[in-house]
Design a binder for this molecule. Sequence first.
Ligand code: CAA
Ligand code: FAD
Length: 387
Amino acid sequence: MSFPLYALPEEHDMLRETVRALADEKIAPRAAEADETGEFPWDVYKALVAADMHAVHVPEEYGGAGADALATVIVIEEVARACASSSLIPAVNKLGTVPLLLSASEEVKQRYLAPVARGEAMFSYALSEAEAGSDAAAMKTRAVADGDHYVLNGAKMWITNAGVSEYYTVMAVTEPGAGARGISAFVVEKSDEGVSFGPKERKLGIKGSPTRQVILENVRIPASRMIGEPGTGFKTALATLDHTRITIAAQALGIAQGALDYAVGYVKERKQFGKAVAEFQGVQFMIADMAMKLEAARQLTYAAAAKSELAMHGEPQKDLTFFSSAAKCAASDAAMEITTDAVQLLGGYGYTGDYPVERMMRDAKITQIYEGTNQIQRMVMARQLLK
Ligand code: CAA
Ligand code: FAD
């Protein structure tokens, strides 16, 4: 009896090499500046588009690269290793468009996925509100039917890449009082009359990725822009997160890998007590633990990606919800620990802006918060186990 080799397919290893080369050449040199200025790195976006790495998950029938979920994870991981803010380009393009892939009409898919695949438009995802974060179903944004149109009013909070994205998947209440079953999903365009954006949030990390409110004031859109049936928007939103929490896990892995690689290089060079600090067992054990936690989280993330890929292709996976929450939670907790240890291993220098590890530590923190806080991931996992 033969047992298949437990390893990445060769093309995924090659993809990693290609993205790493691009990231080393074009993205890493821009990371510190994007962090300092808080400006969206348009040149990085253009470089990703030129390499067809900006929205790799878009299927070929809509003009995309048609990368599988594991390949998408590898792209996000390698971009995040160089610059966490930039990794939100492929990650949020996936987050914004998975609702369409899961539930939209063919007409909506054709109309909106092709420009994203061509790099002419980015796509954001607007679920959260100021008073409805973890309890997303408590949203207040309203969409009221008006003939063959809907009129949207409300404000979506914390929207990643708001202002730079052309398109938005917006969840809104169509049937008040019906709770999660009264929410529908829509495509809103930046150019729709009545759409505006709040000021950029001043954040701890991922500063090169704008986070802004999306404000909707009497935004009148055709009913054909509803994604799926009325009342199915919340389910589509949560089903989407089953696929995209894995991309946040990927982002966390990349940030952690960047910090580990930097720390390993540093401890071999830095001398104290007459020798490289890498020769001290106290340092060696830290490096070993960092790499062990990272690899454990990576294996869980890749297993989750494999399940996501099967589910996307009509083979529902009953444990996808568990795996995607577990991967996001494990990878983000690991990233926070690993980046904090990397700062520790660089000593005082690690605490300064002259070295990249303090930025990585700040960037890592968000991965424990967005796409559902890690308490929410633990709640989702426990519900799956206890149901
Ligand atoms: N897939 C499909 N449907 C699902 C589902 C899933 N994974 N999980 C639940 N549902 C369905 C349920 O079956 C239920 O439908 P029925 O009533 O028809 O049975 C409906 O959705 C509501 O489910 P719950 O009762 O479980 O919902 P809840 O109100 O208790 O909330 C929650 C569940 C897990 C707490 C959810 O609100 C949640 O995930 N909160 C966190 C919010 C979040 O992750 N926000 C991310 C914003 S995006 C972001 O942050 C962007 C970024 O990083 C860049
Ligand atoms: P709250 O829900 O107010 O939580 C406060 C604290 O209470 C947290 O520690 C939380 O874990 C805890 N808590 C809440 N409920 C429970 C519970 N039942 N059990 C245990 N603990 C609980 N949203 C989008 O829709 N689109 C985006 O693109 C997007 N991008 C973001 C980018 C950034 C930089 C940030 C900061 C947020 C982004 N978000 C986005 C929103 C993000 O998903 C929410 O911030 C997150 O889900 C938490 O919601 P909250 O901030 O309202 O915290």
